[in-house]
Design a protein around this ligand. Structure first.
Ligand SMILES: Cc1cc2nc3c(=O)[nH]c(=O)nc-3n(C[C@H](O)[C@H](O)[C@H](O)COP(=O)(O)OP(=O)(O)OC[C@H]3O[C@@H](n4cnc5c(N)ncnc54)[C@H](O)[C@@H]3O)c2cc1C
Length: 470
């Protein structure tokens, strides 16, 4: 291990934002120190994206084996062996973790393991050693948070970190929070055989997604036997002989073996010397401008840790990657542009998946934009019928500027259905390259694929629907 020293860039936190910044800065020939108190890869690799998607894949396999007779295949679903699921999940994580460590050492990034603290605008202390840098990047990420008065015990009232470690399938779970994390765990546990109820304060599941997507998700979840209480504020929790009892603001009382608290993630910034060294803090988040610069010229910050005034900043791994890269390129002397956060694709990997890019109908109305919209049901798509996938593609475009004219730019694409997450990559090109429906209608989509729903929705918006019942 290095014993202190001087670097071009010192990065505090080795999650998605921090390690992406390290890898890109090293490509510019910078000497980089990456400081990590736990495991490089951070939340995404060890407690987030990757382990949850492994669980969701095991859940899909369970559902496929249960439903195989629909396809004329006889199998018997005998149950979930949770230790074996966890060992598969851990195998995936370990493999990627090893690969990441190899990539960092291949780029000659110095890994420094220990609890770091910002000591000055150009230095971080770790294990008594001081690492100075021409520039410091803060990337200490986020951690599960709770509600006032609701404490997590890690056994019956748990966070997503705890949920990933449980080596049994609970008989019943109440999930507080119907955002991405809550919806994904609901989907997994239901497929594994648990009784699940989601409690959400907003009037829909996935409150940040388009209402049309949420309605389809809710319909399918209802059919899958996943319960939810919407517009229902949490009031209190108490212990019972077998688990927990939760009381809601609407007077209902729910009982289950476990309560998963998935009400969002707070920044990891307390006690790390940020404020003392002049970095602006708002509700614990580090305040940055759209180029990820803090109030201190030698300090940048990226990832879940940051907040940008007037901008809804999504806590996503690929946002961390993009911000880390942007900071490294800025330090490397490139002329960088701010990220367009509306153009960031978002996926909830439940069954059904929900994927989107661009703005929702409600956001379009709030911004005073006249739009035209089309909803293309998966029922009209051959591949989706083969897969027995239910859902839809909704596309929102600027209304034509002249009567009878063509719609303008595509502003939002909102997809729901099994496996539609992969389709959002094409949708993000459409939205981010300012394509119009007519441009996309001219592109040929391979048949039979689910990608045809993107082609069909744009054909319909361009006034030339193919497989479409108006
Ligand atoms: C259950 C779950 C599922 C998710 N699924 C997805 C998904 O499917 N797709 C997606 O895009 N995003 C997903 N996310 C979000 C994603 O994980 C985060 O957006 C991403 O990890 C943020 O990266 P980061 O680098 O900002 O922070 P983090 O990944 O939290 O990394 C911060 C790192 O800093 C280290 N650190 C903190 N303090 C110190 C210190 N004092 N000294 C040294 N090191 C320190 C931590 O140990 C950690 O490794 C999910 C999150 C959760 C919880």
């Amino acid at each position: 291990m290095a014993e202190g020293g001087h670097y071009d860039v010192v990065i505090l936190g080795g999650g998605s934002g921090g390690y992406a910044c390290a890898l890109r800065a090293a490509e510019f020939g910078k000497r980089v120190a990456l400081i990590e108190k736990d495991k490089v890869g951070g939340t995404c690799l060890h407690r987030g994206c990757i382990p949850t998607k492994a669980l969701l894949h095991a859940a899909e396999v369970a559902d496929s084996s249960r439903e195989s007779e629909k396809f004329g295949v006889r199998t018997a679903f005998e149950g979930i062996e949770m230790p074996a699921v966890l060992s598969y999940q851990q195998g995936v994580v370990e493999r990627l973790w090893k690969g990441l460590q190899g990539t960092l050492s291949g780029r000659k990034v110095d890994m420094i393991y220990g609890d770091g603290r910002l000591a000055s605008p150009t230095s971080v202390t770790v294990n008594g050693a001081t690492y100075t840098g021409d520039h410091v990047v803060l990337a200490t990420g986020s951690e599960p948070r709770s509600l006032p008065g609701l404490s997590l015990d890690g056994e019956r009232v748990i966070s997503s970190d705890d949920a990933l470690r449980i080596d049994r399938v609970p008989s019943s779970v109440i999930i507080l929070g119907g955002g991405v994390i809550g919806v994904e765990f609901a989907s997994v546990w239901r497929s594994f055989g648990a009784a699940v109820t989601i409690v959400e304060m907003a009037p829909q599941l996935l409150p940040l997604e388009d209402e049309a997507s949420a309605k389809v998700l809710q319909r399918v979840f209802r059919r899958r036997g996943i319960g939810f209480e919407l517009g229902a504020p949490f009031q209190s929790v108490s212990y019972t002989d077998t688990g927990v009892a939760v009381t809601l603001g609407n007077g209902k009382r729910l009982e289950a073996e476990l309560l998963l608290v998935a009400v969002g993630r707070g920044p990891v910034s307390a006690g790390l010397g940020y404020e003392e060294n002049g970095v602006g803090i708002s509700r614990g988040f580090v305040e940055v401008n759209p180029l990820c610069q803090t109030a201190v010229p030698t300090i940048s910050a990226v990832g879940d840790l940051v907040t940008i005034p007037q901008i809804a900043h999504p806590q996503l791994a690929h946002v961390g990657f993009a911000e880390g890269i942007m900071v490294a390129e800025r330090l490397g002397g490139l002329d960088v542009r701010p990220i367009d956060y509306d153009g960031v694709p978002r996926i909830t990997y439940s069954d059904p998946e929900v994927a989107s890019v661009g703005i929702t109908s409600v956001q379009a109305a709030a911004r005073g934009i006249n739009v035209v919209e089309v909803n293309y049901p998966l029922g009209g798509n051959g591949r989706s019928v083969i897969l027995q996938a239910q859902g839809q593609a909704k596309v929102i475009a600027e209304a034509p500027s002249t009567p009878g004219g063509q719609p303008g730019r595509v502003l939002g694409v909102h997809l729901v259905g099994s496996r539609v997450g992969e389709l959002i990559a094409e949708a993000q090109l459409i939205v981010n390259w300012d394509a119009e429906p007519d441009d996309v209608a001219a592109l040929i989509h391979p048949h039979p694929t689910q990608s045809e729903i993107i082609g069909e929705a744009h054909l319909a918006l361009a006034g030339k629907p193919l497989h479409f019942h108006a």
